[in-house]
Write a protein of this length. Structure first.
Length: 345
């Protein structure tokens, strides 16, 4: 485990170095590039690993070659066996992308590939907002580079960091391994800077202790909820304690970044079946999942969140049962002294 962990951390460091070399170091879009290119590599290798388990490929040494030779009917049969594993067309595989890196429109073609992968797997991996809009799996990564003349070289540099490393050993690892990799992946974006709109991430060990305290007996078919889920550390530890196949995750968070990271966390931790229950939106104003009853509720509330701009909208007849203790008046000069009141939804 130590060797594969070291290799994956080196890949993450290499990707961050590429971003810095192309002017994205400490840029607001850097985390999107790092996490999404990592996710692309992970899904690519998971797809190939899954193919190797299928009867259609057991007599072939070169699984990729065999897959690329299949006709449409054979590929359809493969897709039906994937379950919650992302489906890749042959031209979307990393090896195919690598072969095209010297083509004129390489960056554009790669962005098109990411969009097609997202569209082909939308039913499994789509996250929605509180208004029902769907959040795609991938962005057009090259377009974060403002100079179009540098985009091909940027994507080429990223791909070259991925091509000689296999993530296949990851799929034999346990929860703590994935928690370590996830924390390393987001460590440079895991801070409390940002003033009153800061995002906070609960440390893995703190979340593990909370899960140990909450789950004393064996349970199954339970629903777990976090109304301010962040990147999902509390939910991941709770699900692991219960058993990923014995629970369903529900969540909401106002942050787009945190919602993106939560989806990645679910993918890494064998909780893909819960991705459709992720909602990006304001839980105070527009709570989701109000038709559900939950067995476990965990949260690390954003105590520093300034809700003064929409405070009056909360004091309505339909919210009186949610905020049974009332909504505090917030003097303009004391917006830094916000308080979170217990809510029931």
């Amino acid at each position: 485990m130590i060797e594969i962990e070291r290799k994956i951390k080196e890949v993450i460091d290499d990707l961050k170095s590429v971003c810095a070399n192309f002017g994205l170091g400490n840029d607001g879009n850097e985390f999107k590039v790092i996490t999404q290119i990592f996710l692309y590599k992970y899904l690519n290798d998971q797809f190939l690993y899954t193919l190797k388990q299928m009867d259609e490929f057991k007599n072939f040494d070169d699984v990729e070659k065999r897959y690329k030779e299949m006709d449409d009917n054979e590929k359809t049969l493969v897709r039906l066996q994937l379950g919650n594993v992302a489906f890749f067309e042959p031209e979307h595989l990393l090896s195919s992308i690598y072969q095209k890196q010297n083509e004129k429109d390489f960056a554009k073609d790669f962005d098109d590939t990411l969009e097609t992968i997202a569209a082909n797997n939308a039913d499994i991996f789509s996250v929605k907002t509180d208004s029902g809009a769907k959040i795609r799996l991938f962005d057009r990564l090259s377009e974060f580079i403002t100079d179009p003349s540098k985009r091909n070289n940027f994507i080429k540099a990223l791909i070259n960091k991925l091509i000689n490393v296999s993530f296949e050993e990851m799929f034999h690892q346990k929860y703590d391994f994935y928690a370590t990799i996830f924390e390393y992946l987001i460590k440079d974006y895991n801070n409390d800077s940002g003033g009153k709109y800061a995002e906070y991430y609960t440390p893995h060990m703190v979340a593990k202790i909370m899960a140990d305290l909450l789950v004393e007996d064996e349970v199954r078919n339970v629903k777990c909820y976090d109304p301010s889920a962040g990147s999902g550390t509390l939910l991941m530890n709770l699900a692991h304690k219960i058993g990923e196949d014995k629970c369903t995750i529900y969540s909401q968070d106002i942050s787009q970044k945190s919602t993106h990271l939560l989806r990645l966390n679910l993918i890494l931790n064998n909780l893909i079946h819960s991705i459709s229950n992720i909602v990006q939106g304001n839980t105070l104003l527009n709570p989701a999942h109000t038709d559900k009853r939950f067995d476990f509720i965990v949260s690390n509330p954003p105590f520093k969140m300034d809700f003064s701009d929409y405070r009056d909208l909360l004091e309505s007849e339909e919210n009186k049962d949610r905020f049974f203790a009332g909504i505090p008046k917030i003097p303009n000069k004391k917006k830094e002294s916000m308080a979170i009141y217990l809510l029931f939804i």
